[in-house]
Design a protein around this ligand. Structure first.
Ligand code: NAD
Ligand code: TYD
Length: 339
């Protein structure tokens, strides 16, 4: 099987590349990535020597490049991870999110229509459902929860999901969608909550917690997400949406305090800063459908996953030191300088 993994040089896409190479050694994995600030070939260095792996540089929002890719590769499956993925950046500058996340998805779907495909899989997010109130712990997102987005990021992801469903119905593209909760683990880009807090704590820098830190996210270890997508592309039913999450709800403050505890650092490093605009309160996935229909269950509990993640950042300093020594400094100054 030939599988194109778009966005495979990013956090989850790269973990998925490694997952596929390890679990399906006969398949061919082609990573297609534009190498934006979030894409990093260093992340794929253990795949590069594998004869079943190939990297192709390109942009999902370039029709010419995508059609050429399909002509050369003739893929069986395409798994679309490629996206602008950071809510804070989308609040600063929405346009690129619309181009990559919406137009990019539509071009991939057009390519599937033109050249044919066995399966198109869209990697979506629980953020398309909006948020849940903090005082209703009994509520969860199911696959039939209405789309109700808050940020330009989530609006762009929801638009892409609607396009996938439209192409599936109108042109019979054999498509599936997964909507996952917040991931964490190796190769997570340092501007997202967990790696940012680990790295700041290691430097004894303040840990900027938005608002009161009471917002809740439902954390899933990245390998469990990869295992779920692997099951969906092989056994999932065309036209279906699958929610992915492991019932690991934590407030941001709990997550930050856990990291400080693991690193033996003082809670006095925590600094409450101006809240994010439109900040979603709580995300919480009901994963009953994928558990029941595909037999998926998450393997890593948060307490173990966060230990493994902190250990990974301690053992892989060179990977993130290179990232934070560059353009990241300007980003950090802009987003946190006067917050
Ligand atoms: P990321 O930002 O770490 O990586 C995105 C990758 O896409 C990068 O390698 C980047 O170079 C590439 N890319 C960006 N624009 C591109 C373009 N126009 N053409 C080709 N490649 C392009 O993101 P991530 O956290 O790994 O998320 C991957 C996917 O999973 C996204 O679609 C995101 O919406 C979804 N998702 C993420 C989470 C999470 O917690 N991170 C949770 C649920 C769903
Ligand atoms: P993030 O990792 O950006 O993921 P998302 O917004 O997609 O859930 O943020 C996770 C949570 O952490 C979110 O509630 C915002 C919060 N947060 C902070 O409090 N401080 C930070 O510096 C960052 C990056 C996020």
């Amino acid at each position: 099987m030939k599988i194109i993994v778009t966005g495979g040089a990013g956090f989850i896409g790269a973990n998925f590349v490694y997952y596929e190479l390890a679990n399906h050694p006969d398949d061919e994995i082609i990573c297609y990535d534009k190498l934006t600030y979030a894409g990093n070939l260093e992340t794929l260095k253990f795949a590069e020597t594998n004869p079943h792996f190939q990297f192709v540089y390109g942009d999902i929002s370039s029709r010419d490049e995508v059609y050429k890719l399909f002509e050369i590769v003739a893929p069986d499956i395409i798994v679309n991870f490629a996206a602008e993925s950071h809510v804070d950046r989308s609040i600063e500058d929405p346009e690129l999110f619309l181009r990559t996340n919406i137009i990019g998805t539509s071009i991939l779907l057009d390519a599937c229509k033109k050249y044919g495909i066995k399966r198109y899989h869209q990697v979506s997010t629980d953020e398309v459902y909006g948020d849940l109130p903090l005082d209703r712990p009994d509520l969860f997102f199911t696959e039939t929860t209405n789309l109700h987005t808050s940020s330009p990021y989530s609006a762009s992801k929801a638009s892409a999901d609607l396009l996938v469903q439209a192409y599936q119905r109108t042109y019979k593209i054999p498509a599936t969608i997964s909507r996952c909760s917040n991931n964490y683990g190796p190769y997570h880009f340092p501007e997202k909550l967990i790696p940012l807090m680990i790295i700041n704590a290691l430097h004894d820098k303040n840990l900027p917690v938005y608002g009161t830190g009471a917002n809740v996210r439902d954390w899933l270890y990245v390998e469990d997400h990869c295992a779920a997508i692997d099951l969906i592309i092989r056994n999932g039913k065309v036209g279906e949406v699958y929610n992915i999450g492991g019932h690991n709800e934590k407030t941001n403050l709990e997550v930050v305090k856990t990291i400080l505890k693991i690193l033996g650092k003082s809670e006095s490093l925590i600094q409450f800063v101006t809240d994010r605009k439109g900040h979603d309160q709580r995300y919480a996935i009901d994963p009953a459908k994928i558990e029941r229909e595909l037999g998926w269950t998450p393997k890593t509990k948060f307490d173990d996953g966060i230990q493994k993640t902190v250990a990974w950042y301690l053992e892989n300093r060179a990977w993130w030191e290179k990232i934070i020594s560059g353009e990241y400094q300007n980003y950090y100054a802009k987003m946190y300088g006067n917050r």
